[in-house]
Design a protein. Structure first.
Length: 86
């Protein structure tokens, strides 16, 4: 047999990785941007397109979190009203 797997070897289990979270994607983008700026010498004027993308994503995430907080508070109030109505 060549360099491949021999007949007597077992098959390695397949590990299914979870999908990357937004945090993983953002961290990957930030690290990628840092590597690119290090390679190109880091002499940029103003924020890069990656910086702007991350800022926009962060603002969008913060708005969504604020909306979710308001929704949670509304649901808590409804639950409390249901408890009182019993």
């Amino acid at each position: 047999m060549g360099m491949g797997m021999g007949m007597g070897m077992g098959v390695a289990p397949v590990v299914v990785a979870p999908a990357p979270t937004l945090g993983d994607v953002v961290v990957g983008t930030v690290i990628g941007g840092a590597i690119n700026s290090a390679i190109s010498g880091g002499h940029h004027s103003g924020p890069s397109s990656t910086d702007r993308l991350l800022e926009n994503q962060q603002r969008q995430d913060e708005r969504q979190i604020d909306n979710q907080k308001a929704e949670i508070e509304q649901l808590k109030a409804e639950i409390q009203n249901m408890k009182v109505a019993k």
